[in-house]
Design a protein around this ligand. Structure first.
Ligand code: GP9
Ligand code: MN
Length: 444
């Protein structure tokens, strides 16, 4: 029997995690600001790059992301250190889908490209417009057709999309993926300031994108790492540049009234260093290149996820296992919005009743606090020891996690490939009309 809308409904009802009463609605009515941290991995948080001076042999430590580190341990922040990306071939666009629809990208290709311009959705911008009167906007210094965003955003319900044509882009302040982050944030402000509050906004950075190009002039300064792999060597300097650009944007927010009336979500979209390069990273992480394993690769799929609630004093680092698919339920609960009937696969990361399991976009790849299943092998999550002969209790955990992870992907694929949200009824939301959105800059 093919998976149909009833099967999806059953899954959603059975897997709903009720909110945490301590955090439900604490950001009710606030503006939402996402900062999409391109290719940014969790291992960089609190990491210090050690550089040895060749002549004097003196060692100096360079903190890569000093500003993001302060956010990570701030009392204003719910931070997560077991949060993983869940993207596949759609990379950035898969992360956007996971974060704002709470379902996965496609098993092949990008959902934005293949279905983004035709599927019916109930995504975050639309939910917030309908339930809270929010205005929505994306700021991104690349061409608007990249990942088919100019069509996909209409289906998500974005009111405005400020792409490259809204900014002054030239050779000196950009590269192949668009306007450098400091300029993107800085040049966005003139549009941002005119948005009707409450607003739901997303800033998509690009400077920390492969090939991690070295900065010149005023922006140069952060040292390159000294491995045999130039991609790895440049990664820390571009991450440092991104960190500074985010700090400058926070300085602006704090100097205006916007900060205290907002909630700011920062997330890394996916890995920046691929599994094939990871062994070259071993030494910088105090590990042995020769014994580098798929367990180590799995652990490096962690990305930052930080929810800053200005004025809050109960922030902490939460150790639950989850991923991008869990963002939307987490956010909606913080805003005090009941999502129990929405077609969302994730669960609120702050809910005491959630499953403590991360599912990747590859069948039977998952991580929980005890076991890690990756590339066909099972490891102990804490030590990395491989398990080849599981005892019955372990086998049951493996079977349960395989079943849950397969169910998530199956329900997600049913929703995306079957365009099932067009049949979704009784959750109080009206169908969105994508044709009423247009992102043409008048100057084009
Ligand atoms: C391009 C940017 C990069 O606009 O978002 O996408 P990616 O290559 O990381 O998928
Ligand atoms: Mn990306």
């Amino acid at each position: 029997k093919p998976t149909d809308v009833n099967e999806v409904e059953t899954y959603i009802t059975e897997n709903y995690a009720a909110p945490n009463p301590d955090t439900y609605g604490i950001a009710k009515g606030r503006n939402v600001i996402y900062i999409h941290l391109e290719s940014f991995q969790q291992f960089v948080i609190n990491y210090k790059l050690k550089i040895t001076d060749e002549e004097t042999e003196a060692e100096t430590e360079y903190e890569v992301t000093p500003f993001l580190n302060t956010l990570f341990s701030s009392k204003e922040t719910f931070a997560f250190d077991n949060f993983f990306h869940q993207v596949k071939a759609g990379k950035t666009s898969d992360a956007e889908t996971l974060m704002e629809d709470s379902f996965f990208g496609l098993p092949q290709g990008s959902f934005f490209v293949n279905n983004g311009g035709k599927n019916t959705l109930q995504a975050a911008p639309d939910i917030l417009a309908q339930t809270g009167g929010y205005t929505s906007a994306v700021f991104h210094g690349n061409v608007k057709s990249f990942w088919n965003r100019n069509e996909a955003y209409k289906h998500l319900g974005y009111d405005y999309f400020f792409d490259q044509t809204y900014f002054d882009v030239d050779k000196s302040n950009s590269f192949q993926y668009g306007l450098h982050d400091k300029y993107m944030f800085g040049d966005s402000i003139e549009y941002f300031e005119h948005l009707q509050q409450p607003f739901y906004t997303k800033f998509i950075t690009v400077s920390n994108h492969y090939p991690y190009v070295e900065f010149e002039g005023d922006e140069a300064g952060f040292p390159l790492a000294n491995t045999d792999d130039d991609t790895i060597n440049g990664y820390f300097a571009t991450a440092n540049y991104m960190d500074t650009s985010v700090r400058e944007f926070f300085d602006y927010l704090k100097a205006s009234d916007i900060y205290k009336n907002s909630i700011i979500v920062l997330y890394g979209d996916h890995y920046g260093i691929s599994n094939s390069r990871n062994p070259n990273l071993a030494e910088l992480l105090g590990k042995d290149k020769e014994t580098w394993s798929n367990y180590d690769n799995a652990m490096l799929q962690r990305v930052p996820y930080m929810v800053v609630v200005p004025g809050m004093d109960k922030g902490y680092v939460n150790h639950t296992y989850g991923g991008e698919v869990d963002n939307l339920p987490t956010l909606l609960h913080l805003l005090g919005i009941d999502n129990s009937k929405y077609p969302e696969i994730g669960q609120d990361l702050l809910s005491p009743n959630r499953r403590n399991l991360l599912t990747m976009r590859t069948t039977d790849n998952w991580v929980d606090s005890v076991l890690t299943s990756y590339a066909g092998r099972i490891y102990k999550t804490e030590t990395g020891e491989e398990i080849t002969n599981p005892d019955p209790e372990t086998q049951k955990r493996i079977d349960d996690n395989n079943a849950q992870s397969e169910a998530q992907l199956k329900i997600s694929d049913a929703i995306t490939t079957g365009d099932l949200i067009r049949f979704w009824a009784d959750d109080g939301l009206k169908a969105l009309d994508p044709s009423k959105y247009s992102y043409n800059n008048g100057l084009e």
